[in-house]
Ligand binder design. Structure first.
Ligand SMILES: [Zn+2]
Length: 332
């Protein structure tokens, strides 16, 4: 850990927060390992997800005030390009993510555009700061994948790989809100039991069972309507083989590798759709925070670490031991 200069004074349209907690995502591991094409300035501050208290605001900011408790949307957009003007902020030509392209949330102070903060909803029992920090990235990402891109409908079959991961688990919960039937996989029977408690209709241990065979059997040889992908190289072929005619794969990444092999013959003959998805726009962020305020989609927490033990938090994520979100408590 290094001492770094304080987060800059908020300029017009910006706010500065006292970060109370941050949360980890697989993205943070990619950044640690080095994302090709991004040149970092060191010391680099990691962390996409965070929540905190507003300490000061830029001259023209009136929507939040010092003392407000806020959630942070990790996606930074310019709000001026053609995609932003069309409301698609995660397609912004300048799009960047906290902790990857900008200084991140694993710090005591953070300056971000006021567009990126929303008031923390009041829940009963109240959200802890770690829960608040763990909410934004996976929920926004999974919401856009399931609702906007794949447009999952009631009664459809959805397959989610690796249910211990934050996006997969949240995608499963959102698919259940949409009325879908969800098949969840994991290599851990313990995680599969948790997944059933959290709404999975069927679970498959992908270490001991062949997922394609199980999916075909469960769906009367038909296959699933939607596969939620973020595993990549290891699962891609089977994801295609699990699809029903006209099925959709929605992907937000590839934790096991980026190069996917797709046989074009089933792709066109069965009229599959392959849908990329990244983060979400401002309207989607408002919607997931509104749902949180209604008591839906409260983060499932795995573990919390103090800031000085952040390395252990990263190691836990790297080993894939987590079921839900790993958070780092920054303030007492
Ligand atoms: Zn833009």
């Amino acid at each position: 850990m290094a001492n770094v200069p304080d987060a800059p004074d908020p300029g017009p349209g910006e706010v500065r927060l006292a970060v109370q907690a941050a949360a980890l995502n697989h993205l943070d591991l990619f950044v640690v390992e080095g994302v090709p094409g991004i040149s970092y300035r060191f010391p680099h501050i990691l962390g996409a997800d965070g929540a905190g208290v507003v300490t000061d605001v830029g001259s023209d900011v009136s929507s939040v005030r010092p003392g407000d408790r806020v959630l942070v949307n990790p996606g930074i957009s310019d709000y001026t390009c053609e995609f932003c003007r069309a409301g698609e902020h995660s397609l912004c030509v300048q799009y960047g993510i906290l902790g990857e392209h900008h200084p991140g949330t694993l710090a005591e102070r953070l300056t971000v555009p006021v567009h990126n903060v929303l008031p923390l909803p009041l829940l009963d029992p109240p959200l802890s700061w770690c829960e608040a920090a763990a909410f934004s990235l996976v929920t926004l990402t999974a919401w856009r994948m399931i609702m906007t891109r794949a447009q999952v409908k009631a009664g459809e079959w959805v397959l989610a790989w690796g249910i211990g991961g934050g996006v997969s688990l949240t995608a499963m919960r959102i698919a259940k809100l949409a009325g879908a039937r969800v098949i969840a996989t994991s290599s851990s029977d313990e995680k599969l039991e948790r997944a059933r408690a959290l709404g999975a209709d069927v679970t498959v241990n992908h270490r001991t069972h062949r997922v394609v065979t199980e999916v075909r059997a469960l769906t009367g040889k038909r296959g699933v309507d939607v596969v939620v992908e973020n595993v990549g190289e290891v699962t891609w072929g089977d994801s295609l083989r699990c699809l029903a005619k006209g099925g959709r794969i929605v992907t937000c990444g590839g934790t096991t590798g980026p190069k996917l092999v797709t046989d074009v013959r089933p792709l066109f003959w069965h009229q599959f759709s392959i849908l990329g998805s990244t983060m979400g726009n401002a309207a989607e962020y408002r919607e997931v925070v509104r749902r949180l305020g209604e008591g839906q989609l409260r983060p499932v927490m795995d573990a919390e670490f103090p800031l000085e033990r952040t390395r252990e938090a990263f190691e836990r994520l790297k080993r894939g031991e987590q079921m839900g979100k790993i958070a780092v408590k920054i303030a007492d």
